[in-house]
Design a protein around this ligand. Structure first.
Ligand code: APR
Length: 320
C-alpha cells in the first residue's frame, strides 16, 4: 500500500508541531505548506534530521505551492493569524476568512478526496467557511476544538483531585469560544460523573464551577502567558488524534465541530458535538440528552456561532 500523505496548510507553531507528531507516529509522508517561503521547507528539513534519533521513516517536504498537496489523504489547516493578547478569536474573523478562501480553493483543486481538519480560529465559523469555499462534502470537513477543550478540562480535574489523567474523561459541547459548554454530568473519573463526585464531597461545586470557567478561558490563559502567540502543543496533539482515527478507521467518539443537519435541533451550522470519526470521515453525530440548563447553555453557544457565521456572510456574500 502506498504511504499516506498528510498535508499541513500553515507551517507555524501548530503546523510545525503537527509535522513532528505526524512523523513520530509515522502517519504518512508530510507536506508543510506556508505562504511564507522557506518556513515549511526549514521545518521539514529540521524534523527530517531528527528521524534517525527518533526512529521514524517518513518523507517531509516544505512548499509554497498548492500542487504539492496533490492527493493528500488528510489536510490539517492552521493557516492564518493567531490571537495576540487582548484579541478575541472573533477579531480574527475577517483576516482568516480571506485565508480560508485561498486554502479552500487549493484543497478543491488538489486534494478533493481528503479528510480536512480545520484549526484556524474563530474555529466554528472558519470550518463552516472552509467547507463552503472548498465544496468538499460536509462529512469530510471538520473542526478541531472539542478534543482540545475536553483535554484541558481533563487536565484541570486530574490536577485538582490528585488522580491520574488516565482515569479522567471529559466532555465539552458547543462552540470553541467563551460560550463552550463543559458537561460535568458526562465527565467522569473512573466512570464516576463529576456531579456524583461533588455529591460525594470530593470536589466542591464552587471549585467545579471555577474549573469549568478555567476550561472556557483555557486558550486565553496561554495567550496571556506566551504573549507572542497562542497554544500549539495541545491543539496539534488534539488534531492528530482526529487524523489518526480517520486514517486507521478507529471510529473514536470525539467532540468536534461538525456540520449539523437537524441533529440537536440545529441545521446548517458547525458546532461542537460528539462524533464518530472513521474512514468515512465524520460518520455519525452522537446525540446525547441534554437537561434544561445544558440545553440553554448549548443554545447560547449555537447562537454565538450563528452570529459569527452571519458576520462571515456579510464579509463574503458568496458564502450565503
Ligand atoms: N496560506 C497559507 N499559510 C498562511 C496563510 C495563507 N493564506 N496566511 C498565513 N499563513 C501561515 C503563516 O505564515 C504562519 O506560518 O499560517 C501560519 C500560522 O502559524 P502561527 O502564526 O504560528 O499560528 P499558530 O499558533 O500555528 O495558530 C494557527 O490556529 O489555533 C489557531 O488561533 C490559531 O488561527 C490560529 C491558527
Amino acid at each position: 500500500m502506498a504511504r499516506r500523505k498528510i498535508a499541513l496548510i500553515g507551517a507555524g507553531q501548530i503546523g510545525g508541531t503537527l509535522a513532528l507528531l505526524s512523523a513520530q507516529k509515522e502517519l504518512g509522508d508530510v507536506v508543510l505548506f506556508d505562504v511564507v517561503e522557506g518556513v515549511g521547507a526549514g521545518k521539514a528539513l529540521d524534523i527530517a534530521q531528527s528521524a534517525v534519533t527518533q526512529g521514524f521513516d517518513v518523507a517531509l517536504k516544505g512548499t509554497s505551492e498548492y500542487k504539492d498537496i496533490e492527493g493528500a489523504d488528510v489536510v490539517i489547516v492552521t493557516a492564518g493569524v493567531p490571537r495576540k493578547p487582548g484579541m478575541s478569536r472573533d477579531d480574527l474573523l475577517e483576516i482568516n476568512l480571506k485565508v480560508m478562501e485561498q486554502v479552500g480553493a487549493g484543497i478543491a483543486k488538489y486534494a478533493g478526496n481528503a479528510f480536512v481538519i480545520c484549526i484556524t480560529n474563530p474555529l466554528d465559523a472558519m470550518v463552516w467557511a472552509l467547507q463552503k469555499f472548498s465544496g468538499l462534502p460536509t462529512g469530510k470537513v471538520i473542526g478541531m476544538a472539542g478534543v482540545l477543550d475536553s483535554s484541558r478540562f481533563c487536565h484541570f480535574i486530574a490536577e485538582e483531585l490528585g488522580v491520574s489523567i488516565e482515569d479522567v474523561s471529559a466532555f465539552v459541547l458547543g462552540g470553541h469560544g467563551d460560550t463552550m459548554v463543559p458537561l460535568a454530568r458526562y465527565s467522569t473519573v473512573a466512570g464516576i460523573p463529576l456531579t456524583d463526585i461533588v455529591k460525594m464531597g470530593w470536589l466542591s461545586k464552587d471549585r467545579l464551577d471555577e474549573i469549568v470557567q478555567r476550561t472556557r478561558d483555557g486558550g486565553a490563559e496561554i495567550v496571556g502567558l506566551l504573549k507572542t502567540g497562542s497554544a500549539f502543543y495541545a491543539p496539534a496533539a488534539s488534531a492528530i488524534a482526529m487524523a489518526e482515527s480517520y486514517l486507521k478507521d478507529k471510529k473514536r467518539v470525539l467532540p468536534a465541530a461538525v456540520h449539523l443537519d437537524g441533529e440537536y435541533g440545529v441545521k446548517g451550522t458547525y458546532v461542537g458535538v460528539p462524533v464518530v470519526i472513521g474512514a468515512g470521515g465524520a460518520e455519525k453525530v452522537v446525540e446525547i440528552a441534554l437537561n434544561a440548563s445544558e440545553r440553554k447553555a448549548f443554545d447560547k453557544s449555537v447562537a454565538a456561532v450563528d452570529g459569527l457565521i452571519a458576520a462571515c456572510r456579510k464579509i463574503a456574500p458568496k458564502l450565503a
